[in-house]
Design a protein around this ligand. Sequence first.
Ligand SMILES: [Fe+2]
Ligand SMILES: [Fe+2]
Length: 176
Amino acid sequence: MVKPALVQLIIAQLPLKPNGIHGIFHWARVFENGRRLAGETAARMDVIEYFALLHDSRRFHDGGDYQHGPRAAEFTAGLREDWIDLDENGFSLLLEAIRGHTDGRCEADATVQTCWDSDRLDLMRVGIAPHPARLCTAPAREPDVIAWASRRALDNWIAHETLEGWGIDWRAWAEI
Ligand SMILES: [Fe+2]
Ligand SMILES: [Fe+2]
């Protein structure tokens, strides 16, 4: 279970604005995309939740910062003991998902693939339609799923239940 204090710690150290295109609203949609896929991919939701919160935590800018995956994995490794409640297998899946999410590849465990798809399904927030050939799991390639996620991405949909579950005062960030 994710501790709200971890969420605050992640936000406090962000190099970028928490309400930007790689910030809290994106993270919450990634988590909910993952929840939609996980029923069919049998992915581990505990891993997806930490992935959603941490994968973009060490971006230095909103452009092609291709090293932000490895940097976030290094940051996550340092949080392992005090903050991350996963067994060894779950933690190694989490590190792989975070480290590799900037590579654009697909060969991986179903949980890792589901993490990557959950992130890619939110690409319409920056005007990029997710291409089925770049998605790793069958449910993510479903036209209905792409359309659903893309609509939410385009609207910068606020996944408020998820944000509240993480203890984020999303109203304060939505108004800025
Ligand atoms: Fe990223
Ligand atoms: Fe992302």
